[in-house]
Design a protein around this ligand. Structure first.
Ligand SMILES: [Zn+2]
Length: 142
């Protein structure tokens, strides 16, 4: 979803579009999986009086609406990205950047849990790790 579609989606669900919410959406679309702290720092440039609680609450609301996904990186670090579309994550071991790659969940993820004991699947998260193109280039591998 682009910004206009996201705004419509939120309005349809009765959410008031405040300038702060608008800015958080813009930042999430333009930044690559920021932490809440990074988002707050950027928000603070635009809205000097914005509180950390506003940023956290907005992220929580967006998460509940399924617009934003929360990725756990370590015990206390969470990073946020847009949840739309089927994608998997590629985590670079060198720069720790998280990339979204377009991908459908493989067939076995749909069948295996049911076949091996009647598990119900609610969500599928795929994460690949390795080295990103930028870091490979810096290392002179490519
Ligand atoms: Zn990298």
């Amino acid at each position: 979803m682009n910004l206009d579609e996201l705004v419509d989606y939120m309005k349809e669900r009765g959410l008031r579009m405040t300038p702060q919410r608008m800015e958080i959406l813009k930042l999430l679309l333009s930044m690559s999986h920021p932490t809440a702290e990074q988002l707050f720092a950027r928000m603070h440039e635009q809205f000097p009086f914005v509180s950390q609680a506003t940023v956290y609450n907005t992220l929580k609301t967006l998460k509940e609406l399924g617009i934003v996904e929360e990725l756990e990186r370590g015990q206390r670090t969470h990073r946020y990205g847009m949840a739309s579309g089927s994608h998997c994550h590629f985590v670079c071991k060198v720069c720790e950047e998280i990339f979204d790659l377009d991908a459908e969940a493989p067939d076995w993820t749909r069948n295996l849990p049911a076949e091996q004991g009647g598990f119900r699947i609610d969500d599928c998260r795929m994460e690949l790790t390795g080295v990103c193109p930028g870091c490979l280039e810096k290392a002179g591998v490519v």
